[in-house]
Design a protein around this ligand. Structure first.
Ligand SMILES: [Mg+2]
Length: 433
């Protein structure tokens, strides 16, 4: 019987602020970081790896929070963990003391995400499948046992969810075969970071078009005239057959959002992301009512399923951008995918950050095969940085994520990368101090 022996957590930070990769209107100098969890078992060949994504300072706080949950798992058998993962998840998010720091949001929820991302990696490795395949090949009763419907049953009952899972079973094989052949379409954010010059953006747009991308996301927000100019340059570079979306990263209030979005209308945007506070559901609704047919996207900063419930039910969210490290891992992500499907809102998972592309590739496959059956009008974020640190990096062909085939959830980092970028004692950071 395989047992959980030990869980350790590392604070790994990559110095991306050096070249402004990841810079936007609000996060001007991110160092893409991972709270990196490793689960050790009594089988020395079987470990699980998981992360929460942060952007530098505070990564140590998430790591410290993870340590509070570790005693709950030590000594359990892996079979017990797999069988009871729904209950274990709920025990963590509903922990009688730690829940005060959330509940189910912020640092505590990210810590839960990191741990359960590692457990899902471990479980799918144990079952010798990539995570997406393990999930879609599990039977609907088992999947239901992973999920919690607390506080969302007014919009989605267990029966609703079960029904969706059941209905889609008959298409599973056909969809798996198609996705293995075609992959899942992506959009790139890599051309439009706010810190980049116009020349660099034009150059990058051309490079990505040559590689097969048709969807480009650009950071906006600080200066309306400059943003309009940038959008003009990009539209002229990529032409009318390609798509532009913009991301304001929560910069504006409601009135400013309406003004900016109306000024961008002529560029025929696919969506506008996070115009205002990610918590302001009613504010989003007001913006939507004022800008008409422009789609509003949000979700990367939504703490949990209850927030998604309100955004989806109110019509304030037109594109649902789940985050693999902010939601509480697969246990909660599946409930949000199911709710989005019920409200007919497309899911475009968020992936700007380290390791998030490695994660979202599994999530879009699960959404397509298990729940939604649609992929032609949907795109998942892709960003071309830091993949070299992963043992099983995502594989993009002609702008499509190809399904990962290695066992697990694709997030194990190379040992030398962890050693070099460990904060503050890894060789990169130690040299600076
Ligand atoms: Mg964003």
């Amino acid at each position: 019987m395989i047992k959980i022996l030990n869980i350790n957590v590392d604070d790994v930070r990559f110095p991306t602020s050096n070249d402004l990769t990841g810079s936007d209107a609000v996060h001007t100098d991110p160092d893409y970081s991972a709270t990196y969890v490793t689960i050790h078992t009594s089988d020395s060949n079987l470990r699980g790896f998981g992360i929460a994504f942060t952007i530098g300072k505070g990564n140590d706080i998430v790591a410290e929070c993870v340590r509070n949950y570790i005693p709950l798992f030590i000594g359990l058998s892996l079979n017990e963990v797999e069988k009871n993962i729904g209950k274990l998840w709920f025990d963590c998010v509903d922990h009688s003391q730690l829940r005060w720091l959330g509940p189910e949001k912020g640092v505590v929820h990210m810590a839960v995400a990191a741990i359960f991302n590692a457990f899902w990696d471990l479980i799918s490795r144990q079952n010798k499948k990539p995570l997406w395949k393990f999930v879609v090949e599990s039977d609907p009763e088992t999947i239901m046992s992973w999920l919690t419907f607390k506080h969302i049953e007014d919009v989605m009952t267990k029966d609703d969810a079960y029904e969706i899972l059941l209905e889609n079973q008959k298409f599973k094989e056909e969809r798996i075969n198609l996705i293995l052949k075609e992959g899942y379409p992506s959009y790139t954010t890599a051309a439009g970071w706010l810190g980049y010059s116009n020349e660099k953006i034009i150059d990058l747009c051309k490079q990505y078009m040559e590689k097969g991308w048709k969807h480009f996301k650009i950071k906006v927000g600080l200066n309306l005239e400059q943003d309009v100019k940038r959008l003009e340059i990009i539209r002229n570079t990529i032409g009318n057959d390609c798509f532009i979306m913009v991301d304001a990263n929560q910069l504006w209030d409601v009135e400013q959002s309406i003004k900016h979005i109306n000024a961008y209308k002529k560029f025929n945007l696919l969506f506008v992301e996070e115009p205002t506070s990610p918590d302001d559901i009613l504010g989003f609704k007001k913006i939507k009512e004022a800008v008409g047919d422009i789609n509003l996207a949000t979700g990367e900063a939504c703490g949990g399923r209850v927030m998604f419930k309100q955004f989806l039910e109110s019509g304030a969210m037109n594109v649902c951008q789940i985050d693999s490290c902010r939601l509480g891992s697969i246990n909660e992500i599946l409930t949000v995918l199911l709710m989005a499907h019920k409200f007919k809102v497309p899911v475009f998972p968020h992936a700007g950050g380290v390791g998030l592309c490695e994660y979202v590739q599994h999530l879009c496959m699960i959404d397509y095969i298990l729940i939604n059956g649609e992929k032609d009008n949907k795109v998942v974020e892709y960003q071309d940085s830091l993949h070299e640190h992963f043992k099983y990096p995502c594989n993009i062909q002609n702008g499509n994520y190809m399904p990962p085939l290695d066992h697990g959830y694709s997030i194990e980092m190379k040992k030398e990368s962890v050693n070099r970028y460990l904060f503050p004692k890894g060789e990169y950071w130690a040299k600076l101090n």
